[in-house]
Design a protein around this ligand. Structure first.
Ligand code: XMP
Length: 326
């Protein structure tokens, strides 16, 4: 039997009962596979790795070592939530690495998008390698592979797979959700008691805010982007759009325009809002955000975020515009 084909006996997981059944089966299987050995997991805080972490914590507790690498390109509050949920609430064995300076120093002055992606991907592997070398007695590597990753393992995913791990790591894999579709992973995450905003979060690219801080990344512009993005997310949540719109974010280009603040000339960057709907990310339509909300978001971002003096709304569908700007 090809172990990369979803077993026919696996019923589509749509309810808490089915999720609980899946969890019980996986817990037993993981214990059987791992025995008293240790397992390593790169925990990004995204849906898939979070669900795998919660499953493994349930199955083997402290035999799981989670490594969270903060590359400095996370959204506001994300790394903090990983520490809160896994380090504190679930009392996991969590290694938190703040590698912000390493990533941002390497990225300084680099404006070419694919070069930026490569630097971020390679450095991620390096940091993860260094951290795992410090640990002893690790026999397994857990991964949040899901079924679409197996089905779509073509060039597209390879290019997107920042956070992919070194292939020469000689460890047996533990991939408990590899036959699940995204919606099923979410039902399982809910059943495991993970926070709603972690389980239902929108897709977030591996290189994170790095591909939204357009051109050569600087700390001040990255910071402005992170704050503006947090305001956009807060307003979408407060106005019922968070669960409805597939992906929404801010991009900040490397250009300034003239504005006025406190009666003085104020040169600053524009924040570009992107909010799209899609089913497969191959094509996408633009969400019709109510004008009143757009005005409110503009007002908040231009008043609350240092370095932003205009807010623009990207009305371009995909094709012709890709979802991300880089
Ligand atoms: P585009 O911009 O190609 O994006 O229309 C389609 C989807 O893929 C995400 N994306 C990425 N995901 N690493 C990732 O993990 C990347 O480098 C990357 N680039 C784009 C994008 O956010 C959208 O959901």
């Amino acid at each position: 039997m090809n172990s990369n084909v979803r077993p026919e006996s696996l019923e589509r997981i749509t309810t808490k009962e089915l999720a609980d059944k899946f969890i019980d089966e996986q817990v037993a299987q993981i214990r059987e596979q791992v025995k008293d050995k240790k397992v390593l997991l790169a925990l990004s805080g995204g849906v898939d790795s979070s669900v795998v972490a919660a499953l493994l914590i349930k199955a083997i507790g402290k035999q799981l070592v989670c490594v969270h690498v903060n590359h400095g390109l996370m959204r506001k509050g994300e790394s903090e939530q990983v520490i809160e949920v896994f380090g504190k609430a679930l009392d996991a064995n969590l290694v938190y690495v703040d590698a912000t300076d390493r990533f941002l120093d390497l990225l300084a002055g680099v404006s070419e998008p694919e070069k930026k992606r490569k630097i971020i991907g390679n450095e991620f592997i390096k940091v993860f390698d260094e951290e795992s070398a410090k640990l002893s007695g690790i026999s397994f590597l857990a991964q949040g592979t899901i079924y679409p990753d197996i089905l779509e393992s073509d060039g597209v995913k390879a290019h997107h797979n920042v956070g992919g791990l070194p292939e020469d790591m000689e460890m047996e894999l533990v991939e408990p959700v590899k036959f699940l579709y995204k919606d099923e992973v979410r039902v399982v995450g809910d059943a495991l008691g993970l926070p709603h905003n972690m389980v239902y979060r929108q897709p977030f690219p591996g290189p994170g805010l790095g591909v939204r801080c357009l051109g050569a990344i600087t700390r001040d512009r990255l910071n402005a982007l992170r704050e503006a993005d947090a305001i956009l997310r807060e307003e979408f949540e407060n106005n019922g759009l968070a669960g409805k719109v597939w992906q929404y974010f801010i991009a900040v280009p490397d250009m300034k325009s003239v504005g006025v603040r406190d009666g003085k000339r104020y040169e600053a960057w524009p924040a570009i809002i992107r909010a799209v709907n899609t089913t497969d990310a191959m094509s996408a339509t633009v969400e019709e955000i109510p004008y009143a909300l757009l005005h409110r978001i503009t007002d908040r971002i231009t008043h609350e975020v240092e370095g932003i003096n205009r807010v623009l709304y990207d009305l371009t569908p995909k094709p012709i515009g890709t979802i991300e700007w880089e």
